[in-house]
Design a protein around this ligand. Structure first.
Ligand code: AR6
Length: 182
């Protein structure tokens, strides 16, 4: 099973695409979004602005994804996706579906870009307040299902703290733990 779990900083990852837990404006923010824009440099925001102007005059809908350059970071692309804000969906199950959409659409876009390796942060589990254990089960299930049809792809889940990694591993019961690394 081509899944890895790591603790660290996603901006240092060398996979073909890294995923950004963005917001609907796609114009940057705090958390992992802020870290990605800082590390990648202004080229990312420039591309985000162009995408907004040319393709997304409204906003990036929750669960959808767009790609930009990764600027100065070692990866090739940043895939910006918007996770649901916990408590703001019309029901918890809707939040679950939107989170799964964010993972699935990010993977599809990475594949369309010719990427075989993708690294995800724990989308929605920071500022957006999605319970980390519930999010872990959705992330793991969605990625595993995608990899069943696309076994050539490699997916890494990266956690910013040992604690969030532990929550993920416990919640998924080892289902997404095949090739755990530091
Ligand atoms: N590398 C890996 N993971 C990280 C990093 C990093 N450098 N920095 C934070 N995390 P969050 P959200 C983890 O809040 O909940 C922004 O303002 C963090 O510990 O970044 O989807 C956007 O613009 C947490 O586990 O994203 C949106 O407005 C996870 O990444 C909003 O926050 C996600 O936390 C999105 O909120």
């Amino acid at each position: 099973m081509p899944i890895q779990i790591k603790t660290g900083d996603i901006t240092r990852e060398g996979s073909c695409a890294i995923v950004n837990a963005a917001n609907s404006s796609c114009m940057g923010g705090g958390g992992v979004d802020g870290a990605i824009h800082r590390a990648g440099g202004p080229e990312i925001l420039e591309e985000c602005k162009r995408i907004r102007r040319e393709r997304l005059p409204g906003s990036l809908p929750t669960g959808q994804a767009v790609a930009t350059t990764a600027g100065r970071m070692p990866s090739h692309y940043v895939i910006h996706t918007v996770g649901p804000i916990w408590g703001r969906c019309s029901g918890e199950e809707v939040c679950d579906l939107l989170l799964a959409d964010a993972y699935r659409n990010s993977l599809s876009l990475a594949r369309q870009l010719g990427c075989r390796s993708v690294t995800f942060p724990a989308i929605s589990t920071g500022i957006y307040g999605f319970p980390a254990d519930r999010a872990a089960r959705i992330a793991c299930r969605t990625v595993r299902k995608f990899l069943e049809s696309h076994p050539e792809m490699e997916v890494t889940f990266i956690f910013h703290s040992e604690e969030s990694r532990r929550i993920f591993e416990e919640a998924t019961g080892g289902e997404c733990k095949a090739a755990s690394t530091a």
